[in-house]
Design a protein around this ligand. Structure first.
Ligand code: AMP
Ligand code: TRP
Length: 334
């Protein structure tokens, strides 16, 4: 009798526990996490070690790890299908990061634009972790020998660096890791309420995943639209309006066509357009908020999910580390 074992291809991704999840995280990454868990062996991680580069207050970090985990689960990541865990509970991440540090030329890190951005954002704390941040990210991915990494387009450079490091490692020590590919969603770069910058917690231009309908409408009121449309009687151009771009993520085509026509003819005002958007956003966020509240009311369940996730991740991680230690010439552990 022939026995076949079918190994599923692996996917891996992470999100930082810095503040609350927003609809950019949801549209750019989480929707794909939910999709990929169906057909891949999935490892999803709350990357608390990465967050240390911002030196968060310990109590704030603890809370953010829980809230972000709740957000991931409430968005539809199913712990029966995917392994959800906290990075620091799998010590192999830090171990492999050191190995990868020794595989990464300084020149490659010097090119990372995120390091430059973060250095400007926190000029009083330009720590070495900020600089080697992409190496830890590479370790996160290759620790699971993952081939698919669902992220927004702000991670392109980090993923390219990960692929280069994998190639270098495989060249030096023999074929060990597959090259990880980026998986893009329909919205790899969601622009924030200001209509200018990428939505991000640090810019304060975000709509939080757990915000109530009222809070969201309040924020949408102040959101930028077509800059040339000053009065309702002015004809607008939906092609240059960020709110119309958001409709693209939440609103069915037929309603979008109506909105576009109403905007161009000045029959539909921006406030009404935003009300429709708020309603469609709420249709997505409402159920997520409800699932989030259920999880918050049952803290033991979250602890169980994260403990089980870490235990599973550690088994997969240790298998890779045994291979890596052998390849690079470290002593076998007994
Ligand atoms: P972070 O909160 O920076 O850890 O990001 C978590 C995930 O969300 C990463 O895959 C990011 O690429 C993605 N992401 C963050 N902001 C956005 C955005 N504005 N548009 C699309 N994806 C985003
Ligand atoms: N750097 C990513 C971000 O800021 C988070 C991250 C850490 C990650 N490790 C990862 C993403 C591994 C994908 C795979 O969004």
């Amino acid at each position: 009798m022939l026995l076949y074992t079918v190994r599923m291809v692996r996917t891996m991704s992470g999100v930082q526990p810095t503040g609350n999840l927003h609809i950019g995280n949801y549209l750019g990454a989480l929707v794909n996490w939910v999709e990929l868990q169906k057909n891949y062996e999935a490892f999803f991680c709350v990357v608390d070690l990465h967050a240390l580069t911002q030196r968060p207050d310990p109590a704030v970090l603890q809370r953010a790890v829980r809230e972000v985990s709740i957000g991931i689960l409430a968005s539809g990541v199913d712990p029966e299908k995917a392994t959800l865990f906290v990075q620091s509970e799998v010590p192999q991440h830090a171990e492999l990061a050191w190995v990868m540090t020794c595989m990464t030329p300084l020149g490659d890190l010097n090119r990372m634009t995120q390091f430059k951005d973060k250095s400007t954002q926190q000029p009083d704390n330009i720590n070495a972790g900020l600089f080697t941040y992409p190496i830890l990210q590479t370790a996160d991915i290759v620790l699971y020998r993952a081939e698919a990494v669902p992220v927004g387009d702000d991670q392109d450079q980090h993923l390219e660096l990960a692929r280069e490091t994998v190639r270098r490692f495989n060249f030096v020590y023999g074929e060990t890791f597959p090259e990880p590919k980026t998986v893009r969603s329909q919205a790899p770069r969601v622009v924030g309420l200001d209509g200018e910058a990428k939505m991000s917690k640090s810019k304060g231009n975000e709509v939080g995943l757990f915000e109530t309908a009222d809070e969201t409408m309040q924020k949408l009121r102040g959101a930028k639209t077509d800059p040339a449309r000053l009065r309702k009687s002015d004809k607008g151009n939906p092609d240059v309006c960020n709110m119309f771009a958001w409709h693209g993520f939440f609103t069915p085509q037929a309603q979008r066509d109506e909105i576009a026509a109403g905007c161009r003819s000045a029959q539909l005002g921006c406030v009404d357009c935003k009300r429709m958007l708020a309603a469609n956003l709420e249709a997505v966020k409402g159920p997520i908020r409800e699932r989030g509240n259920e999880l918050r009311n049952n803290p033991g369940r979250l602890d169980d999910i994260l403990a089980a996730g870490a235990a599973k991740a550690r088994v997969a991680a240790e298998a890779t580390m045994e291979l890596v230690r052998d390849r690079i010439g470290l002593r076998k552990r007994r």
